[in-house]
Design a protein around this ligand. Structure first.
Ligand code: UDP
Ligand code: MG
Length: 368
């Protein structure tokens, strides 16, 4: 367990003090670590990509223009980068990323050994960036999120926020179905999650400082639901609002089945309340059954007993259904525990753009 006592005080890991107020703690603000004076933060824009060859050439220019605008305005350091994470794409996405990094040093990329899903790709990018920069902004590759909200995010970072959530101000571009299911999902999640509230209408467009990422690195779980986990990290945080547009090109990778699976993962990785609800349901049904037993014995003793076929069948079906549902929910948690105890790596980076350039240079030299 990690206990953070007031802002930058001591950190206790499993009872051992590993950093103190006077020492250097990995949770200390970067500006403080580098000698007190405020410097321009190094920003890494982390962008997961899966089969995005249609959209990448368009949005990469937008991201670079934004990065250069921020550098020229003196808001971020020249060392800032756009970090693409190729999530095992089957198309030419990785080739495009390598090509971009060859054209401009502000683009860099890493590639996952296979497709692991958006959440794992994003985690890989954030962990790659955490020791190289002061602040990260994660954003999707498809241009749906308004890049101009980055200015407000950085402003909030300068005001002392360690996490800034990008929140959609409107959902007009979504279908009625997606809007209603998403709203219902956030309500259920917030009810189940307990103390820590999930930010409504926030996806994975957010600013996170390297300090918050250092704390986040201690969250070792393999079932990832990042938007629900960051509020657990704590620190000073806020929201900035923006309008979300349509995808610029390509197709969504989140059909209904994947959305449902993300929703289940969200609920089960944040809360064990469903199991408690099963216990309550069990108590309730037992109570009704008890009354039912007294009723049936009374009816039998009074001599009014009837055939009762339909009622028995209904009760068997009802109880059978409830039992299967409950076993399913418990099984869902056991499955999660199974994956957690295996503690397999959450991402495996197979290539980095810098590595690819080196290899190319070597083979050129060998050819000479
Ligand atoms: N993505 C990924 N791995 C996947 C699926 C998606 O890295 O297995 C990336 C995708 O390239 C995009 C982001 O995650 O940058 C969000 O995906 P998408 O736009 O398809 O989701 P939507 O916005 O429709 O919910
Ligand atoms: Mg999208």
């Amino acid at each position: 367990m990690v206990i953070l006592q007031d802002s930058f005080a001591c950190v206790i890991l499993h009872g051992k003090v590993v950093g103190e107020r006077t020492g250097i703690s990995k949770y200390m603000p970067v500006e403080k670590r580098s000698g007190g004076q405020m410097k321009k933060p190094v920003l890494y824009i982390v962008i997961p990509c899966y089969n995005e060859q249609e959209v990448l050439p368009i949005t990469s220019k937008m991201f670079l223009a934004k990065l250069m605008e921020l550098i020229e305005a003196g808001k971020i350091d020249e060392e800032s980068r756009i970090l693409y994470v190729n999530d095992g794409s089957k198309d030419d996405t990785w080739k495009l990323i390598v090509e971009l990094s060859r054209q401009n040093e502000h683009y860099i990329g890493i590639s996952q050994s296979r497709n692991r899903g958006h959440q794992n790709a994003l985690l890989a990018g954030l962990m790659e960036a955490k020791d190289k920069c002061d602040v990260t902004i994660s954003i999707d590759c498809d241009g749906q999120d308004d890049i101009n909200a980055m200015d407000d995010m950085l402003e909030e970072y300068r005001n002392g926020c360690e996490i800034v959530y990008g929140v959609r101000s409107r959902r007009d571009t979504d279908t009625w179905f997606k809007r209603t299911t998403a709203q219902g999902f956030y309500r259920i999640l917030n009810y189940l999650a307990g103390d820590v509230k999930i930010v409504y209408n926030h996806a994975d467009y957010r600013l996170v400082s390297s300090r918050a990422l250092a704390a986040f690195a201690d969250f070792k779980e393999v079932n990832l639901f990042l938007r629900g986990m960051f509020p657990l990290v704590g620190f000073k945080s806020t929201c900035v609002y923006y309008e979300r547009h349509e995808r610029i090109a390509g197709e969504t990778h989140y059909p209904l089945s994947k959305m449902l699976s993300l929703a289940f993962d969200g609920i089960t990785s944040l809360s064990s309340k469903p199991i408690r609800m099963i216990v309550l349901l069990g108590i309730f049904i037992s109570l009704i059954s008890f009354i039912g037993v007294i009723w049936s014995v009374a009816v039998r003793l009074l001599g009014f007993s009837v055939d009762g076929w339909a009622s028995i069948i209904s009760i068997i079906c009802f109880i059978g259904g409830i039992q299967l549902l409950c076993i399913g929910v418990v099984g869902e948690y056991i499955g999660k525990i199974y994956m957690e105890v295996k503690a397999r790596p959450r991402y495996i980076i197979s290539e980095r753009t810098a590595m690819t350039h080196d290899k190319e240079e070597e083979s050129c030299e060998e050819a000479k």
